[in-house]
Design a protein around this ligand. Structure first.
Ligand code: HEM
Length: 421
């Protein structure tokens, strides 16, 4: 891969703006296969905070340093989540590709201060009541039903047939949708479309149907609460309105689905391509748990996240950040920061990575633990059910998604001895 081409931005932006001097275009598919090289060259040329250009050459800062990402996420009084303070809105068309991630909505993602604490607290207590043993048993059952649908053929694409649908089914069931119902299947399909549409599919229409179904779920659970995340959120003494509950349930489902699916896929890839790992759970080599942890250090699903917006003028990593500037958190670059790993040994057995972020807006407790139960159970169930599973293509033929945001495979073709009946 060639180094990203620094480009001289058009004359005009004031000094201190990330578009000034040399900024690097982040869009472009050439970096997707080996983003670690992009981070290395950005760090070398720009230090821990790099000026970058997003789609349509909208300027932003990419925060690459471990200490700098920790600082930004840990200081929400300086770097906050409400994107309405962005000074670039005049340069952003309504159909901007990143609009779904930066367009303000009054959900837990964008609210700040006491309102954020209230909303995150409601989600946290609702998730904390999930029995992790029951969740594991549920994921095992979902895993077996998915495997049954392709086991007889001897081959599968594990991304579409397994890694994506498993966490989606688990999370909608946790939210109180009945397992296997037609309605649940429709919701799973629409969520997939709205989060990850293929060419020719209509994500906006799918999102409309998701919203309508979650509104109905909220009505149903108000009338007849059950032992599920939605009911617990509605019964919380914080007193969420129906609108706020709908926003936050959709956020929980989306926040759980994409990273957990790619955590499963990236871990299966590692287990199937790296000799250090056993391909059977019983094997004497490195374990599934070690693969899951290594992925969080080296191939973390949420590799870059947009973002935080500066509340006032400040300094960061030697840069002058102006009030209203956008900062993109590069969790992937921070995890592999040579300042943290001077001997090039990245991927400790500890969990000091930033893959679940940090500070007030970090992945809501116990999201990381539930994600771990889902991912671990998914990987173990597959390896137990298909003990001779192998990659059906050469390892270097695997294709990563063309996204600077989510690190995950487009497909993971495997073959195995067909399992009959
Ligand atoms: C059951 C699984 C999960 C649930 C329920 C969940 C839930 C959430 C929620 C509600 C948020 C919004 C937090 C806020 O803005 O206050 C969030 C943010 C986030 N989650 Fe998770 N999550 C799950 C799994 C994961 C996994 C597997 C990863 C990565 C490996 C991940 C990484 C993140 C990151 C990076 C953020 C952004 C935090 C920020 O703004 O700094 N999550 N998650």
């Amino acid at each position: 891969m060639t180094d990203p081409l620094p480009m001289e931005a058009a004359a005009g932006p004031p000094p201190g703006c990330p578009a000034h001097a040399t900024a690097v275009r982040l869009s472009g598919l050439e970096y997707q296969q080996t983003p670690s090289q992009l981070y290395r060259s950005l760090r070398r040329d720009h230090g821990p905070v790099a000026p970058v250009l997003l789609d349509n050459d909208v300027p932003a800062w990419l925060v690459l340093g471990y200490n700098e990402v920790s600082y930004v996420t840990g200081h929400d009084e300086l770097f906050a989540r409400d994107s309405r303070r962005w000074t670039q809105w005049d340069n952003i068309p309504p159909d901007w590709p990143l609009m779904p991630y930066v367009g303000y909505q009054p959900s837990v993602l964008f609210v700040e201060g006491a309102e954020h604490q209230r909303r995150a607290g409601v989600i946290s207590q609702a998730l904390d009541a999930v029995d992790q043993m029951e969740l594991s048993a549920m994921c095992r059952a979902i895993g077996h039903s998915l495997i049954t649908s392709f086991a007889g053929s001897g081959h599968a694409d594990l991304m579409t047939a397994y890694a994506h649908p498993l966490p989606m089914r688990a999370i909608v069931q946790l939210c109180g949708m009945p397992p296997g119902g037609v309605d649940t299947e429709d919701l799973v399909r629409d969520l997939r479309l709205s989060l990850d549409a293929n060419e020719g599919e209509d994500p906006v229409a799918a999102y409309g149907r998701v919203q309508a179904r979650i509104e109905q779920l909220v009505k149903e659970k108000r009338a007849a609460p059950g032992n599920d995340v939605t009911s617990r959120m509605l019964l919380d003494p914080a007193g969420l309105t129906d609108e706020a509950a709908v926003q936050d349930i959709i956020t929980v489902i989306a926040a759980a689905q994409q990273p957990t699916a790619n955590w499963i896929g990236n871990s299966l890839r590692l287990l199937l391509t790296d000799d250090r790992f056993a391909t059977t759970v019983a094997g004497g080599k490195l374990s599934v748990g070690q693969a899951l942890n290594e992925v969080l250090w080296l191939d973390t699903p949420t590799q870059n996240f947009i973002g935080r917006w500066a509340v006032r003028d400040t300094q960061l990593g030697g840069r002058h950040i102006k009030a209203g500037d956008c900062l993109v958190m590069s969790f992937a670059a921070a995890n592999t920061d040579p300042q943290m790993w001077p001997e090039g040994h990245v991927g400790a057995e500890n969990s000091a990575h930033l893959s679940f972020s940090n500070g007030e807006h970090r992945c809501t407790f116990p999201g990381p633990q539930l994600g771990d139960v889902i991912a671990r159970t998914a990987v173990e169930t597959l390896l137990e059910a298909l003990p001779d599973v192998v990659l059906a293509v050469e390892a270097d033929a695997l294709r990563w998604r063309p996204s600077i945001w989510m690190r995950g495979l487009l497909d993971l073709p495997v073959s195995f001895s067909p399992v009959l009946g």
